[in-house]
Unconditional design. Structure first.
Length: 290
C-alpha cells in the first residue's frame, strides 16, 4: 500500500508537469513568459509547494482543519499571481479577469464554507484514518494540488495567452459556469438549513430530490463552463482541456466525494426503508429532470 501511494504521488506530479510543458510548446503559438520561462511552469511549482508547506504541520498535529482552506488559498493565490504577472508583462484583458474572477469567487465561497463547517463540527470524517498515515495524508495533499491544477488548467491557458478577444465560447462558458455555481450554492444552503433542525437525518428535498449529490453536480458544471470558455483561446489540440471536466467527474464520484459520502450514508441509514427508497428513486449524480 505504501508503494502504491508514492507511485500515485509520482504520477500526479508527472502528469501535471507534462500538461505544464504542453501549454507553451504545443497548445499555444505564443505564451506569456517570465525570465524566458513559461508562466505555467511557475504556477505548477507554486501549487504543489503550498501543499507540501501546509502538509508538514498538518501531519505533525494530526489535523485536517486547514486542508480545505489550503485548497481555496491555492486557487486564489495562483490566479492572483497569474493575473499580476500578466498585467506586468503584457497587460490585463477582460477574458483573463473574467475567468480569474470565476475561480476566485468559487474558491473563496467553497473553502470558507468547508473550513467553517469543519471548525464547527470539530472533525472531517473523511480524514479520520487518513491524517494518521504520513503517505496517505501526503497523497491526499498531492491530490488536492492535482485538483487545483487540473481544474484551473483551462483558465491558466487563457491567462497565459496573447489572444484577448471575447468570443462565443467565452459567453456560453460563462453562462454554464453561473448555472453550476448557483446550483452548488443552493444545494449547500439547503443542506445546512436542513441539518439545523434535522440532525442525524438525510435530506431528500429541494435539489436533493433531483440528485443525491447536487452540490458536487454543480461543481462539475461550473468547471465544465470554464473549460468551454477556454476553447476559443487554444491554438492547437484544444480538446485536451476536456481532461478538466473528466478529471473533476472522476475525482468527485470515485475519489474524494460521492463515493465516501455514499459509504457514510449506508452506515448511518442503510437499515432505513426510507433511505433505500430515496436511493432507488434519486439518481446518484446527474439530476433527474422529471
Amino acid at each position: 500500500m505504501l508503494k502504491i501511494r508514492y507511485t500515485v504521488i509520482f504520477f500526479i506530479l508527472s502528469l501535471t508537469f507534462i500538461l505544464s510543458y504542453l501549454t507553451p510548446n504545443y497548445l499555444q503559438e505564443a505564451t506569456l513568459e517570465v525570465s524566458d520561462i513559461s508562466l505555467v511552469y511557475y504556477l505548477w511549482a507554486w501549487i504543489f509547494a503550498i501543499q507540501i508547506i501546509v502538509f508538514i504541520p498538518s501531519f505533525i498535529f494530526r489535523t485536517e482543519h486547514y486542508y480545505d482552506l489550503t485548497g481555496g488559498i491555492t486557487y486564489i493565490s495562483t490566479v492572483v499571481i497569474a493575473l499580476i504577472l500578466k498585467n506586468s508583462y503584457q497587460g490585463i484583458d477582460l477574458i483573463s479577469l473574467l475567468l480569474g474572477s470565476m475561480v476566485i469567487i468559487w474558491a473563496t465561497r467553497l473553502s470558507s464554507f468547508l473550513f467553517l463547517r469543519v471548525k464547527k463540527s470539530g472533525e472531517d470524517v473523511r480524514f479520520k484514518k487518513i491524517k494518521h498515515s504520513f503517505s496517505w495524508f501526503l497523497m491526499t495533499f498531492m491530490l488536492q494540488g492535482m485538483w487545483v491544477f487540473m481544474c484551473i488548467f483551462p483558465a491558466l491557458i487563457v491567462i497565459s495567452s496573447f489572444n484577448s478577444e471575447i468570443n462565443n465560447y467565452a459567453i456560453v462558458g460563462s453562462a454554464v459556469w453561473l448555472f453550476g455555481f448557483l446550483f452548488e450554492i443552493v444545494a449547500d444552503n439547503q443542506k445546512s438549513n436542513f441539518n439545523k433542525f434535522n440532525k442525524g437525518k438525510f435530506i431528500s428535498t429541494g435539489l436533493w430530490s433531483m440528485t443525491r449529490h447536487p452540490n458536487y453536480f454543480g461543481e462539475f458544471i461550473l468547471w465544465l463552463g470554464i473549460t468551454i470558455a477556454s476553447l476559443g483561446y487554444i491554438d492547437h489540440y484544444k480538446y485536451i482541456v476536456l481532461l478538466t471536466p473528466i478529471f473533476v467527474y472522476i475525482l468527485l464520484t470515485r475519489v474524494s466525494g460521492v463515493n465516501l459520502l455514499e459509504d457514510i450514508g449506508e452506515k448511518r441509514w442503510g437499515d432505513s426503508k426510507e433511505y433505500e427508497k430515496y436511493k432507488e428513486e434519486t439518481p446518484l449524480f446527474f439530476p433527474k429532470i422529471f
